[in-house]
Design a protein around this ligand. Sequence first.
Ligand SMILES: *Cc1c(COP(=O)(O)O)cnc(C)c1O
Length: 230
Amino acid sequence: MDTTGSIAERIEKVCAVLPASVKLIAVSKQASAEAIRAAYAAGLRDFAESKVQEEAKKQEELKDLTDITWHLIGHLQSNKAAKAIQQFQWIQSVDTLKLARRLNQLAGELSRTPSVCLQVKVLPDPDKFGLSIQELMTALAELNELQNLKIRGLMTILPLGLTDTQILEGFKSLKQLSLDINNQNLSRIQIEELSMGMSGDYALAIEAGSTMVRVGRSIFGERKVMSKSV
Ligand SMILES: *Cc1c(COP(=O)(O)O)cnc(C)c1O
């Protein structure tokens, strides 16, 4: 990963390999409001945070930038679900049916209709949150009843330590899952977005059909090491 150059130069480098159909989402966790402004000035409008609290502080500092779309990509505790709905246009980390139900109920109370991704573990991974493919397929009928959620995408984070071939296969299985879901012709669920690919693997994700890459370090530089950051 190349993190030389300014934020604008790094964004330009990432954009150079993105097809027009793929949206670049800047993962700004641990990045300062100033760094986000630099990325905004370079043309980015989609930013992702993993913590509700951290995003609230930045949104306050950046409230003059009214056309930012904020994406939540970290595990959401149910006591922060109402805040998440108010602060984020996209909740990409819907990792249980229970959380989906809760968000749906709160969204109704708050008269919101957040766009969401279901977070899927395409490979078993005890360190990550997410529905298994089997759990998701079983939950689909009920998910389709959740009137206040726009279930528009699938998100995945692959386990660490895979070869490039395994990474590509993993991303392709998310693509296949989206086709299987769309083939069911559910009335409310159409998967249009595949949120997959991070700094280390976005090229492979694009090859497998990603429509949203979530890139942090390649734009903002290395982060401090934190325990269990995803
Ligand atoms: C941190 C994070 C990213 C970005 O990872 P980088 O390696 O910094 O590009 C993407 N997705 C999720 C869910 C994350 O938590």
